[in-house]
Design a protein around this ligand. Structure first.
Ligand code: PAF
Length: 292
């Protein structure tokens, strides 16, 4: 599958790790830096901004598009996850046709053994997403480590919407002495404030509008955090969503940015964040905001 823009010829898509690796070895010289943006496709402006940052900071940018089965604890979520390779390729080529796309099969990654490795992320995996999506972060750790081995990037770019994932990837990189710099990039929001996500594709236009309640609520918690206790704020958030039958609140948490442990009594020199996961008609949306 090829797409062209006016000046540059699009890179072919790599479907296999051996071909990708051979190509990257052929272009990688001393002082050449490779930036990497791992994705599960269904690309939106948030993903494109990660690619833009990588393009600015590296000679080569690799984007992977792979819906990783081992990080889904819910089979329905996996089967319904949008798969839009053709449109994704067009978006990438429109941004810069020299971006290298790696779109492997499950076999290319897992070689017949579709199982996650087991990781110890020093407790980061036990909070929030980890509590509600058992095994999710083992799946994320497995795929990110494998992709890093294949691409061998100098820099890898992750969105802050998945802040817990970002912290976990940093921990995994540190614990495994991987020579990759993990770069966290700001959340992109739709005009109504809804955090951009591939899952937004599954919302109707009305749900997409209504889902702005999620960001409005966490924006408000930033104000409340100045003079209300975390317990009182949690109570308020629960009431907001109880009143609204479109939503099913899974969790709202205020946590330490470093350890991700819940905040009971805020300490002056620590940084805290609000984290939320909400179902809108069975579609699970998450968001986060720094409360500093
Ligand atoms: O954030 C995502 O899209 C995925 O968790 C990632 C990092 C691409 C791993 O599959």
């Amino acid at each position: 599958m090829f797409a062209f823009n006016f000046n540059k010829i699009a890179m072919p898509i790599f479907y296999g790790k051996v071909a990708l690796n051979t190509f990257l070895k052929s272009v990688k010289k001393q002082n050449t830096s490779i930036g990497f943006v791992p994705t599960m496709g269904a690309l939106h402006q948030g993903h494109l901004s990660l690619m833009q940052q990588s393009l600015k900071e590296n000679q080569y940018t690799v984007v992977s598009i792979f819906v990783n089965p081992t990080q889904f604890n819910n089979p329905e979520d996996l089967s319904k996850y949008p798969r839009t390779l053709e449109q994704d390729t067009e978006k990438i080529n429109d941004l810069d046709p020299e971006i290298i796309i790696y779109a492997p099969s499950v076999e290319d990654i897992y070689e017949g053994n579709v199982n996650a490795e087991s990781f110890d992320f020093d407790g980061l995996e036990n909070q929030m997403e980890g509590k509600f999506r058992p095994g999710h972060f083992d799946g994320v750790g497995t795929i990110v480590k494998r992709l890093f081995e294949i691409v061998q990037p100098n820099n890898a770019y992750f969105g802050e919407k998945d802040f817990q994932q970002l912290q976990i990837v940093k921990k995994m990189t540190l614990k495994n002495n991987l020579a990759v710099t993990i770069v966290g990039c700001p959340i992109h929001r739709e005009a109504n404030g809804l955090a951009m996500s591939s899952r937004n594709e599954r919302l109707t236009a009305q749900q997409r509008e209504e889902a702005s309640l999620i960001s409005q609520t966490i924006f408000k918690t930033k104000e409340l955090f100045k003079n209300k206790s975390p317990a009182a704020i949690k109570e308020w958030v629960a009431e907001v969503f109880e009143k609204n039958p479109t939503f099913d609140l899974e969790y709202f948490e205020i946590a330490d940015e470093e350890t991700l442990n819940p905040c009971i009594d805020p300490e002056k020199d620590k940084k805290y964040r609000a984290f939320i996961a909400v179902f809108v008609n069975n579609i699970r949306l998450i968001d986060t905001i720094s409360l500093k």
